[in-house]
Design a protein around this ligand. Structure first.
Ligand code: SAM
Ligand code: SF4
Ligand code: SF4
Length: 371
């Protein structure tokens, strides 16, 4: 059994105050960070709670009934989220992904989606609004989400074998209900749908081929994610990572693949198409192949902390400004100053460290800032 790393301090409390610069500059949509990377993608976590206990994300022994989830008063309201999102959009954000925790657990999420759908990019275009979900509530909510202005969804599913999946989500949730959720999303027009599978060697890697066979030819893009060393509680070990190159090799041996061009700069997935033209898969090699050089993603936590990297150990407290007397111009300038100072490139740096060097480091949990 792997040794559990129990964090002694609550990493959520480690943050720096967001400062309003002396000179305010109007957003131009062209903001760049210290390494010249633009700001295009904002991921907003709308809750730190979840009805699953995936071992790689919210292990049951840590996220138990005594875990100090955020009180409701700490969460940004929908109006606060929309206000801060508007400033990000003015700086160049084109895509917003709602995440969590399980985002569909946040009450009345459709109202937030309606508000965000009314925003326009600097070029006057609608935003690309999407959501990542474990799919458990999709049958109930797909139609309302679509009506509110959500364009598409990404559903996480770690295998088709019921026993394997029930053990991985650790709350005995059946595969069939997630597949029903995917079907409901498809019927509601929430596409193109992506399905994310986190691959843990020795746990669900035998599910790679069944998953590929199942989704081939359906129009759904299956993406395999390398098990990452996010957070500090999942007991991550390098020997449980199955490199994406192996995933591609295994599928290619039965279902021939050809590599496709990236869909957009900053896109995390490498694309592979089936040689017979029946669709594509993606692989996200967060561990074996760093893609920091064009990382254009910012993350806003449930309580308004801005994180510049998935592996950051501290956030920048925007809620203090939002709930203070900061004007929109001040808020936008504060965000600009933070992004301009960004030099995070954890995955690139990790490549030069010993394999398990980062395991157990103090880092914020994925369920708090979202994937
Ligand atoms: N609850 C929703 C879900 O599971 O889709 C949204 C939040 S979840 C944190 C977002 C994504 O992160 C999911 O696709 C999940 O599989 C992935 N994820 C969580 N922990 C991970 C880890 N240690 N390595 C790789 N991916 C991880
Ligand atoms: Fe919940 Fe998603 Fe984390 Fe699984 S990966 S525990 S569904 S937040
Ligand atoms: Fe972006 Fe950080 Fe991931 Fe690099 S490690 S791709 S900077 S989130």
């Amino acid at each position: 059994m792997s040794e559990r790393v129990i964090p002694l301090i609550d990493q959520r409390l480690v943050s720096v105050a967001a400062r309003i610069p002396h000179e305010l500059t109007a957003p131009t949509g062209l903001l760049g960070d210290a390494l010249g990377r633009p700001l295009r993608d904002l991921r907003i976590s709308v809750t730190d709670r979840c009805n699953f206990r995936c071992s790689y994300c919210m292990p049951k022994d840590i996220f138990d009934k005594d875990y100090p989830y955020l009180p409701h008063s700490s969460l940004l309201t929908f109006e606060e989220i929309t206000r801060v999102a508007r400033q990000f959009v003015a700086h160049g954000v084109q895509k917003i992904r709602l995440t969590g925790g399980e985002p569909l657990l946040r009450k009345n999420l459709e109202i937030l989606i309606e508000q965000l759908a009314a925003l326009r990019t600097v070029e006057g275009q609608p935003l690309d609004i999407t959501l990542t979900t474990n799919g458990s509530l999709l049958t109930r909510k797909a139609l309302a989400l679509k009506a509110a202005g959500l364009q598409r969804v990404t559903v996480s599913l770690d295998g088709l074998d019921d026993a394997t999946f029930r053990a991985m989500n650790d709350v005995d949730f059946p595969v069939a209900d997630v597949l029903d959720g995917i079907a409901a999303a498809q019927a509601a027009g929430l596409g193109p749908i992506k399905v994310n599978m986190v691959v843990k060697r020795g746990t669900n890697d035998q599910e790679i081929l069944p998953m590929a066979r199942h989704f081939k030819g359906t129009g759904i893009v299956l993406r395999f994610i390398e098990y990452m060393d996010v957070g500090a509680t999942n007991g991550w070990r390098m020997d449980e990572v199955l490199p994406s190159a192996d995933v591609v090799r295994r599928i290619h041996a039965e279902l021939p693949l050809v590599q496709l061009d990236a869909s957009a700069p900053g896109e995390t997935a490498e694309r592979w198409g089936y040689a017979d033209g029946s669709g594509e898969i993606g692989v996200i090699s967060s561990v074996t192949q760093a893609f920091c050089s064009d990382c254009n993603r910012a993350r806003l936590s449930t309580e308004g902390q801005l994180y510049l990297c998935l592996f950051a150990s501290q956030g920048h407290d925007l809620r203090q400004l939002i709930r203070g007397n900061a004007t929109d111009a001040q808020l936008a300038s504060a965000i600009a100053a933070i992004w301009q100072g960004r030099s995070d490139r954890y995955s690139e740096l990790r490549a030069s460290l010993p394999p398990d060097a980062g395991a157990g480091t103090r880092r914020v949990e994925m369920s708090y800032i979202g994937g």
